[in-house]
Design a protein around this ligand. Structure first.
Ligand code: BYC
Length: 483
């Protein structure tokens, strides 16, 4: 079957890329499949492998008609290979090859570079499933549990997406990399996942929501940049992944929004006006707003690290070669070569944080990070609207980009959330006000009791405005039958 918008589910590996006519790749994927299932069983959501989950499966890549909802046991989910439609006239839109037809095969000179980018992207997907594997047990509702599992199976599919590219276009070393993706483990001392944020723990549901808000949003920015790639199969697979990524960010934004709503509503009902009266707010069985701000500080700073160094020759090479572009590259009004342009970069100079013009080509990571910060700030404003409506005097704020960093220009300095450079002693004294302390973590953990009754929600989170697939809040989104 040739490439279509329709996904062929008659084969073991659903796809819209004519896999039946590509026996070499089909065979490689079939060989990889049992290892993947084994990984899913051992590292996927723990305790729910036999539960029936009301999941969405893609049946077409047409943006209007691609979802089908039904009860599925997660190990039976039809993970497949789905690429957005090919545009015959598509070109390389930036860098030294600008104007050439987009590549349908990997250019030999960029093979290592492309493989590296695909492996890094692929590595994050199973990592996030590993990080979230214990959360089902403390789900604050069946609705939230279902959303967690939807995110998890889609991250699994995103891994399939990258593995397909590795096996189809990178021969023997691609197959080895595909195996490696199943061998590394989040947080493992000997075989960690590749990027920092993907080795952190996701110990509670507030972390999960912050992660899907902040870190999945990095995913969106990176996928948008890879969707610009001159290597057309990478572009097409990322374009389809982006349609799924949007739901993950929705889960994060509304999850935090609902936690904020529950807190503000409880405060109002108890007559508590001061959001900083933490002890009184916590007694209500909700998470105080300052602790949520600390969680946001943590996840924002970890996610900023995922953009790499502000000034990066790697990024310049990716761009110049046409393999990774900027966010919404084709909508930017410039020469798309960047040979003489400059871009302002925040740097540490003589102990002060200053803006310095750098060649735009080497500042690609910084630019993408700026676009990301703008996108995050819009979501944070939507959280603030939730607070405003209740009349509580508190606003969330993104910390300064120098705050709590481990990669790039600010990795060796300590800075406050408002961007003041601090001594080590000042940082140590104040840090518990800015990132969650052990006591904060323990308090949040104390609220993480499962709430699995139909239509019920844990005290610390408000019900959603609307359900999934037009179902109500009391729909049985997961039929648990625990193993
Ligand atoms: N951790 O020039 P530099 C997602 C390394 S999230 C560890 O500054 P570059 C998702 C770097 O590898 C999106 N190491 O950076 C979300 C390099 O090493 P070498 C995932 C790091 O290369 C939620 C050295 O430092 N996709 O999809 O320009 C759930 C100097 O590098 C880190 C991608 O990231 C780090 N944070 O940019 C599920 C897209 N940062 O060469 C999924 C693909 C840098 O000295 N990746 N290093 O050995 C890329 O585009 C780039 O590789 C990076 C780094 C943006 C990550």
């Amino acid at each position: 079957m040739p490439e279509t918008t329709h996904v062929d589910y008659s084969t073991k590996i659903p796809n819209n890329v004519g896999l039946m006519d590509d026996q070499r790749v089909l065979k490689a994927l079939e060989q990889w499949h049992p290892g993947y299932l084994d990984w899913w069983q051992t590292m996927g959501p723990e305790g729910f492998q036999t539960s029936e989950v009301y999941l969405r499966t893609a049946v077409s890549i047409d943006p209007k008609g691609w979802a089908k909802f039904d009860y599925v046991k997660m190990p039976d989910y039809r993970w497949g290979i789905l690429l957005a439609p090919r545009h015959q006239e598509r070109q390389v839109n930036f860098g030294a090859h600008k104007g050439e037809p987009a590549w349908q095969e990997v250019p030999g000179e960029y093979r290592a570079m492309l493989r590296r980018l695909i492996v890094i992207q692929g590595d994050t997907e199973p990592a996030s499933v590993e990080q979230q594997r214990f959360l089902g047990k403390t789900a604050p509702s069946l609705y939230d549990m279902r959303n967690l599992f939807q995110v998890n199976v889609e991250e699994g599919r995103h891994l399939w997406a990258m593995v397909y590219l590795l096996q189809k276009y990178f021969g023997k070393d691609g197959r080895e990399e595909a195996d490696g993706l199943l061998q590394r483990r989040s947080g493992d001392a000997d075989k960690p996942r590749m990027l920092g944020a993907f080795n952190e723990e996701t110990p509670d549901w507030l972390s999960f929501f912050m992660f899907t808000f902040f870190t999945d949003r990095d995913g969106k920015m990176q996928l948008e940049s890879l969707a610009q790639s001159g290597f057309d199969p990478l572009s097409r697979t990322c374009r389809f992944m982006l349609t799924e990524e949007a739901h993950h960010m929705f889960v994060g934004e509304t999850g935090v929004g609902r936690a904020i709503e529950a807190t503000c509503t409880a405060m109002k009902a108890a007559g508590i006006e001061d959001p900083n009266d933490i002890a009184a707010v916590r007694k209500l069985g909700v998470i105080d707003l300052p602790t949520m701000q600390k969680k946001a500080n943590l996840h924002f700073s970890l996610s900023l690290d995922l953009f790499g160094s502000e000034v990066s020759t790697n990024a310049a090479n990716y761009y110049n070669s046409g393999v990774k572009g900027r966010f919404q590259e084709t909508r930017i009004d410039d020469d798309h070569l960047l040979t003489s342009a400059s871009y302002p970069v925040s740097k540490l100079i003589d102990g002060q944080i200053r803006m310095v013009d750098e060649p735009a080509l080497t500042a690609i990571n910084m630019r993408l990070r700026d676009d990301y910060v703008t996108d995050c700030a819009k979501g944070v404003e939507r959280w603030n609207k939730v607070i405003e409506k209740t009349g509580i005097g508190f606003r969330f704020k993104l910390p300064h980009v120098a705050f709590h960093r481990h990669i790039g220009e600010f990795q060796n300095v300590k800075a406050s959330p408002d961007g003041r450079v601090l001594s080590d002693a000042e940082w140590t004294k104040a840090k518990d006000q800015w990132v969650p302390s052990k006591a904060d973590g323990d308090f949040i953990q104390s609220l993480m009791a499962p709430c699995w009754e139909r239509g019920k929600f844990a005290s610390w989170i408000a019900p959603p405005k609307i359900g999934i697939d037009n179902k109500g809040g009391d729909f049985e989104y997961v039929k648990i039958h625990q193993a």
